[in-house]
Ligand binder design. Structure first.
Ligand code: HEM
Length: 499
């Protein structure tokens, strides 16, 4: 009896002292907060990752700051991001709660869903099954078809190159998600989905909604003065729900008619014995298919637009890549998927593109599910943990002259660190679309380089105009600001095969 009491006493004392020791540990260093508002006043509305990078220069690779009701930890080195978000994934794979998303009833979407929600694992399985390296091979024919449409658009209407790129990425995703074939530039669904996703981005806009600072406000009735945020959330939620149900219902009708194309939705809804799936399974398919559009279209579009900008600014890189294509593929055909392994410079160019212009410079926020200790610092339970992909991509110890676009850095006997270790995120939340993204980038980039030379615009005197290299963020996506360029055909015979 007495020995059990001693054991219990020792255990309790150990827990007590250990917890005290942990909670006495300091938070990672960071800018001095104000008493009530924390560091809110220092956070810019746009490109916050630049501010985090500046702080990291003063305070080191692990920093902390706070805004009312939220503690942030920002990881600016590959080591810290990998060790926490990757190696300790069971602690860091949750997402922070966004109350406006919950009020709009959008919290079950793939990006926001809690790691502990029973749907989480099923989402990842559905996405993995549709986006793994083997399955994406079945999308090669639609990718090739849409790549030809893109080249044709760039040839006939180069001024609107951004629109052609957008159509290309959206068309591939709508096809693989729903079996829907885009046949013109002004596709009804692309317009509606785009519109819906852009309007929903304001729900998670940092600093916009006071309810994120004072969550108890969510209990106010929507008619109450000052509860306008609830009406906004409700309206956006309703609107998105209506838009998102439409393509899924279309696929269901196609399945019922017996005349349908295999897609993520059809594979999930169609039981082998012909029976219908449960409402819960249908809900899972609805979220997964709509989020594939939300996640896939804008990201690849941003990267392809950055590619056009980089080729215009670095003509010697462009020439090198074109020379590789000409030698390996020849000048009488477009590069195909079968040529991918034989084009190492194109592979390195894509790595450099992902590093030089990271599509999501601060990824998506992770959430600490329990208190943790790292390098002598305390990471409190509930902290929002951000991997600053932007800082890592500009880390001078990993990348010499990081602002330069230099694919060579990934070639030769001692290549620099592969950016795919961080640009697609970490741990159990790592991007499930990375293989599809890389395949799309490969095909479109190699075909564009085979067909055109991308060049700067000319002024009235025939002199080249160098546009400023300016990026903007739309939600979490970073993309070049609109710019002009020329697509000079390299091979008229090859382009003639498009018509
Ligand atoms: C260049 C293209 C892309 C980049 C750079 C990119 C990057 C990322 C990053 C950084 C995350 C957050 C990971 C984390 O939380 O640690 C993410 C999540 C995600 N991505 Fe991508 N992505 C790209 C393309 C795609 C594509 C094409 C798809 C689908 C077809 C896709 C689907 C998703 C989904 C569903 C998530 C949410 C995963 C979750 O929260 O569990 N992404 N992506």
């Amino acid at each position: 009896m007495s020995s059990s009491i001693i054991v219990l006493f020792v255990a309790a004392a150990t827990v007590f002292f250990y917890t005290r020791r942990r909670s006495r540990l300091p938070l990672p260093p960071g800018p001095r907060p104000k008493f009530f508002t924390g560091n809110f006043h220092q956070l810019p509305k746009n490109e916050p990752w630049r501010m985090y990078a500046t702080w990291a220069e003063s305070y080191g690779p692990i920093i902390s700051f706070r805004v009312p009701n939220k503690q942030f930890i920002v990881l600016s080195s590959l080591k810290s991001a990998t060790e926490l978000l990757g190696l300790r994934a069971t602690t860091y794979s949750d997402r922070p709660r966004i109350w406006m998303m919950e009020l709009a009833k959008l919290n079950l979407n793939v990006f926001n869903i809690s790691f502990t929600h029973p749907y989480f694992k099923t989402y990842r399985t559905v996405l993995k099954n549709s986006l793994n390296t083997r399955t994406i091979q079945t999308y090669q024919s639609i990718q090739t078809e849409q790549s030809r449409v893109l080249l044709d658009g760039l040839h006939k209407d180069p001024e609107h190159f951004a629109g052609h790129i957008k159509r290309n990425t959206a068309a591939v995703i709508l096809y693989l998600a729903y079996g829907w074939k885009v046949i013109d530039n002004d596709d009804y669904w692309i317009r509606r989905l785009q519109d819906a996703f852009e309007s929903s981005a304001i729900l998670s806009q940092p600093g916009r909604w006071f309810v994120e600072v004072m969550p108890s406000l969510r209990f106010l009735p929507s008619w109450f003065p000052g509860a306008g945020f609830k009406r906004v959330a409700f309206q956006i939620g309703q609107r998105l729900g209506r838009v998102n149900g439409t393509p899924l219902n279309w696929t269901k009708q196609q399945i019922q008619s017996g005349n349908y194309t295999q897609s993520l939705v059809s594979k999930r809804l169609l039981q082998e014995d012909g029976s219908t799936v449960s409402a819960q399974q249908e809900e899972i398919v609805t979220w997964c298919s709509q989020e594939i559009y939300g996640a896939g279209a804008d990201t690849i579009t941003s990267s392809l637009t950055s590619f056009i900008l980089a080729m215009m600014l670095y003509p010697e890189v462009q020439k090198h890549a074109q020379a590789e294509i000409d030698v390996i593929v020849g000048q009488d055909q477009f590069p195909a998927f079968k040529d991918r392994e034989k084009l190492p410079y194109i592979g390195a160019l894509i790595q450099e593109l992902l590093r030089w212009a990271p599509v999501t410079p601060q990824g998506l926020p992770h959430h600490a599910m329990r208190e943790d200790v790292y390098e002598g610092y305390r990471i409190p339970k509930g902290a929002i943990v951000i991997a600053n992909i932007f800082s890592v991509s500009r880390d001078k110890e990993m990348y010499s002259d990081p602002l330069e676009f230099r694919p060579e850095r990934f070639l030769g006997p001692s290549p620099q660190s592969d950016p795919r270790k961080f640009v697609f995120g970490f741990g159990h939340r790592k991007c499930p679309g990375l293989h599809l993204a890389e395949a799309s980038l490969y095909l479109n980039i190699s075909c564009i380089l085979a067909a055109f030379t991308i060049a700067k615009q000319l002024d009235e005197m025939g002199e080249e105009i160098t546009p400023p290299v300016e990026f903007e963020n739309v939600g979490i996506i970073w993309r070049p600001k609109p710019f002009k360029c020329r697509f000079i055909p390299r091979n008229k015979d090859l382009l003639a095969t498009l018509s």
